[in-house]
Design a protein around this ligand. Structure first.
Ligand code: OAD
Length: 231
């Protein structure tokens, strides 16, 4: 990998598991106890904005107390060693901001950012790291509701972030898939984009994923451990 000019990495909730942030699927996963239809769709927000915000406020609390782990830090270090020039792109499905807190810079955030609030009326966005939020649901100066700046099921991905991610995947000589169940599209499809363009595919995950059978390497275990050793 040290010889590859262009590396792209796709991460998911598993990279933050060792920081104490719950994943979505698997044992202890959020979708075991909560319904995505009631909490992570535009329809759910229209129906019950307070309920949706209570859930996001709770998750913001967990994330605010979490620290980047050796997996986040190893990816930031790999980017530094790659020396900029866009030769290392971190594509994440995570909304927790832990990659940036660990020092990653070239990050394409496919599913948004839990610290951004966006007005459903005027579209204004603001960064807000208050935990817990003072009033639920929060409101914009224009009096319309503010929503979490994340991508919900049934919504398109932010086009600029997606284009950057796709371009990096097409250009990558090495594509690493770390801590994601690789079942949510279009994000999971980037591994195939990269592979078809000739990239070597590596997986880091303690559990099997649907991409294992086409991967060049599968490293089985927690990403904090494995990435720190890989460095
Ligand atoms: P998932 O919860 O689906 O998958 C987490 C993955 O992390 C699983 O494959 C686990 O085996 C793996 N894992 C667990 N502990 C790990 C560790 N210590 N090190 C490495 N891997 C570990 O999370 P995502 O794949 O991120 O979308 O889910 C994708 C999207 O589905 C999320 O962005 C979210 C969710 O619904 C939306 O909310 C739109």
């Amino acid at each position: 990998m040290a010889a590859a000019d262009s590396v792209a990495v796709l991460t998911g909730a598993g990279i933050s598991a060792e920081s104490g942030v719950p994943t979505f699927r698997g044992s202890g996963g959020l979708w075991r106890n909560y319904s995505p239809q009631e909490l992570a769709t535009p329809e759910a927000f229209a129906r019950d904005p307070r309920l949706v915000w209570e859930w996001y406020d709770w998750r913001r609390g967990i994330i605010a107390r979490a620290q980047p782990n050796p997996g986040h830090r190893a990816l930031a270090e790999l980017e530094r060693r790659a020396g900029g020039r866009g030769s290392f792109t971190l594509i994440t499905q995570n909304v927790d901001g832990l990659h940036e807190r660990a020092g990653s810079r070239n990050v394409a955030k496919l599913h948004g950012d839990i610290w951004l609030l966006r007005c459903v009326g005027c579209g204004r966005e603001e960064r807000n790291e208050q935990v817990p939020l003072a009033d639920l649901p929060p409101r914009c100066e224009c009096s319309a509701l503010l929503r979490p700046g994340v991508v919900w099921f049934g919504e398109p991905l932010p086009p600029d972030e997606w284009e950057r991610a796709e371009r990096a995947s097409r250009r990558a000589q090495v594509f690493l898939v770390i801590g994601t169940s690789a079942v949510v599209y279009p994000a999971a499809g980037l591994a195939e984009v990269a592979r078809q363009a000739g990239a070597k595919l590596g997986i880091v995950n303690p559990e099997p994923t649907p991409l294992d059978s086409v991967a060049d390497w599968v490293l089985r275990g927690p990403s904090g451990d494995i990435l720190a050793r890989l460095l």
